[in-house]
Design a binder for this molecule. Structure first.
Ligand SMILES: O=C(O)C(=O)C[C@H](O)[C@H](O)COP(=O)(O)O
Length: 214
């Protein structure tokens, strides 16, 4: 079952920068300049969440037009959304948790799924299903860096992108852990910054995030 998750592609994406910006995009026309600002700032892997009616359209536009971006789909909850994200051109797919049906839909496919987990049992079940690159969600609420530190020794095969409540200030603590590859966060390009077309501000925050380390 080790081939369930395309870990090679996921590692490239997770290692591209220390932070994956998590984005809520209402207007797909803004997605391309937003993604260009993030790429210019040094954050090529971006996650557009399927939380707005036009999110798939936004993913499609970024996939077609933004060179150097790895555009992912976030908040993918079921097999149909996984398929729709792949058809729109997503290069990775992120879910807040995991269900058997979602894992079955993604297993063995090129476009990797980064499934969410928040307990040792969930991590164990995902490892058993062939998924070793995981999201920890909601990171801060379920124990944050302390939880990940505690999981590192008994479950060393699991490598995480914690997301949920992480800030520029708390990110370095996570990035210093041996089982953390990158973190996800919304602080770089929040809905207000996107609505205001603050591409310079987004680029500047991306540049700072790209420099974060332990
Ligand atoms: O639903 C998903 O798939 C998600 O990715 C949820 C996000 O991890 C959080 O919404 C991150 O947002 P912040 O906590 O503001 O950084």
């Amino acid at each position: 079952m080790a081939s369930s998750q395309n870990t090679e592609r996921l590692d490239t994406i997770m290692q591209a920068a220390p932070v994956i910006p998590v984005l809520i995009v209402e207007d797909p026309a803004k997605a391309v300049p937003m993604a260009r600002a993030l790429v210019r700032g040094g954050l090529p892997a971006i996650e557009i969440t399927l939380r707005t009616p036009k999110a798939l359209e936004a993913i499609r536009a970024v996939a077609a037009e933004v060179e150097g971006a790895f555009v992912g789909a976030g908040t993918v909850l079921d097999a149909a959304q996984y398929q729709a994200a792949v058809e729109a051109g997503a290069t990775f797919v992120v879910s807040p948790g995991a269900t058997d049906k979602l894992l079955a839909a993604a297993s063995g496919h090129d476009v990797p799924l980064l499934p969410g987990s928040s307990t040792a049992s969930e991590v164990m079940k995902l490892l058993e299903a062939g998924y070793s690159r995981l999201k920890l969600f909601p990171a801060e609420a379920v124990g944050g860096a302390n939880l990940l530190k505690s999981l590192a020794s008994p479950l060393p095969a699991a490598r995480f992108c914690p997301t949920g409540g992480i800030t520029e200030k708390t990110a370095p603590t996570y990035l210093g852990l041996p089982n953390v590859v990158c973190v996800g966060g919304s602080w770089i390009a929040g809905p207000d910054a996107i609505a205001a077309e603050d591409w310079d501000g987004i680029e500047a925050r991306a540049r700072q995030a790209a420099r974060l380390s332990a």
